[in-house]
Design a protein around this ligand. Structure first.
Ligand code: PA5
Length: 435
């Protein structure tokens, strides 16, 4: 379960301002649960955790395990909502150097492609893959997105040179729309195993569908715990929960009040590098959902204490348009303390015997105090541990908060019309037929 603490925003906003949001938040919830608001055709994520069936779980788990058993490397191809959720969870659970030890543990190494068009990135990847037994999970809801389509064509081409046709087919799983798009057509023609992204779930809300669950299971993690965490939050964040007891609604209300007081940038901070891709997922969720019609809080991400030595000055002392949301992990997985040294030449004996997480915690508390005193309101979110259950809680918490926050802002949190503009220009420049 997560714990949301807003007390360090209360120098900047008042409890009565929060109370004044009760009716507005209620209205947003009515629109969500009665499916009457903007983007109402994309609300399938709202009860996804409690809706996923045992059979779906079983199919995803069996398929992911079979692929993992046959592969030294699995390449997840997708962009935006079609890969960030899986990467956030896999990186969050794996530990920073897990890839170096994956083979030893009998797990496949998980790599990503199709999230950029870097020529060197993809050439380097192809060279690496040449030496390993690998499989591909290709994810695209529309089935027409250029970046993953290019990566898939490159990797499929290489697989076809490496293995006989019947083995190539076994090494590719696609996840796409049930009926439309080029990827669906290709999958049917080639006979690839295919999972469906539900029509009513948009890309950035899709991590708890096969889009996230299949790569996560293939990476060796327990998707039932992940979904249970999300289910717990689904219950806690229901519409009938009053504002103060509904963390997602409260977070949405507080960030909107701060925004209306000129805090136009939200920095999501983690205190472990394992959270970096979770922050990337969050940035996409909120950026693509809220940034429209000339509105939206700019979602930025920082990794502390690393970024205290690069961004710390600006946060402490720059333009006062920032608020900070910090995710703390209460219990780390390992134990490591600073050793004592007789010579104490590095003058570090005052830390001898202290664990790194204790020191990290003091860095967090000291930073929060400094930033709040410097005019940066602080929202604190803590989870007991960086495990499947807690990450599941966080995912649902942020999805629900994002939907309510978008409605409070008056935008449709489920579309992304702005993303089409660059594509149109790019296709014109590349001479795509019809552009
Ligand atoms: O959230 C979204 O809808 C987007 O970020 C998409 O996930 C992203 O553009 C990829 O689209 P697709 O899955 O259609 O390839």
């Amino acid at each position: 379960m997560i714990n949301l603490d807003i007390k360090d925003t209360l120098n900047f906003i008042t409890q009565s301002e929060i109370n004044s949001y009760r009716d507005k938040v209620k209205e947003c919830n009515n629109s969500l649960y009665n499916k009457t608001g903007k983007g109402k055709e994309f609300l399938g994520w709202l009860d996804l955790p409690s809706r996923v069936t045992k059979d779906e779980f079983k199919k995803i788990t069996e398929c992911g395990n079979t692929m993992a058993d046959a592969s030294e490397i699995i390449v997840v191809i997708g962009i935006g909502g079609s890969y960030l959720g899986a990467r956030a969870v896999i990186d969050g659970l794996s530990g920073s150097f897990a890839n170096l030890k994956a083979a030893e543990k009998g797990k496949p190494l998980i790599l990503y492609a199709g999230q950029n068009i870097g020529e060197d990135y993809h050439s380097d990847l192809l060279k690496i893959l040449d030496d390993y037994d690998y499989s591909i999970i290709v994810i695209s809801k529309s089935g027409t997105t250029t970046e993953p389509a290019i990566a898939f064509r490159l990797l499929k081409n290489q697989l076809e040179k490496k293995y006989a046709k019947e083995f190539v087919q076994k090494r590719i799983i696609t996840i796409t729309d049930r009926s439309k798009g080029a990827l669906k057509k290709l999958s049917d023609a080639e006979g690839y195993e295919t999972f469906v992204i539900p029509d009513d779930v948009g890309g950035r809300y899709s991590v708890l569908t096969p889009v996230g669950l299949l790569p996560i299971v293939a990476a060796g993690f327990d998707i039932s715990k992940l979904v249970n965490g999300a289910k717990e939050m689904e219950n806690l964040c229901r519409e009938e929960q009053i504002l103060d007891e509904n963390p997602a609604d409260l977070y949405a209300a507080v960030r909107n009040i701060l925004y209306n007081k000129g805090k136009a940038i939200e920095m999501l901070a983690g205190y472990t590098p394992s959270m970096n891709y979770f922050i990337e997922w969050w940035k996409q969720l909120f950026g693509e959902s809220e940034g429209k019609n000339g509105k939206g809080i700019f979602p930025a991400g920082v990794n502390f204490t690393t970024d205290l030595h690069s961004m710390g000055q600006l946060i402490q002392d720059g333009t006062r348009d920032i608020f900070e949301t910090v995710i703390s992990v209460e219990k780390v997985k390992t134990e490591l303390s600073v050793p004592a040294e007789d010579s104490n030449l590095d003058e570090l004996n005052f830390l001898a015997g202290k664990s790194l997480s204790e020191i990290n915690k003091m860095a967090e508390l000291g930073t929060r105090k400094a930033h709040v005193e410097g005019g940066v309101p602080n929202i604190s979110i803590s989870i007991p541990a960086l495990d499947e259950y807690s990450i599941g809680c966080l995912i649902y918490f942020f999805e629900k908060a994002c939907a309510v926050s978008g409605y409070l802002l008056g935008v449709n949190p489920f579309d992304q019309p702005g993303v089409e503009k660059y594509k149109k220009n790019m296709f014109e420049l590349l001479g795509k037929p019809g552009y």
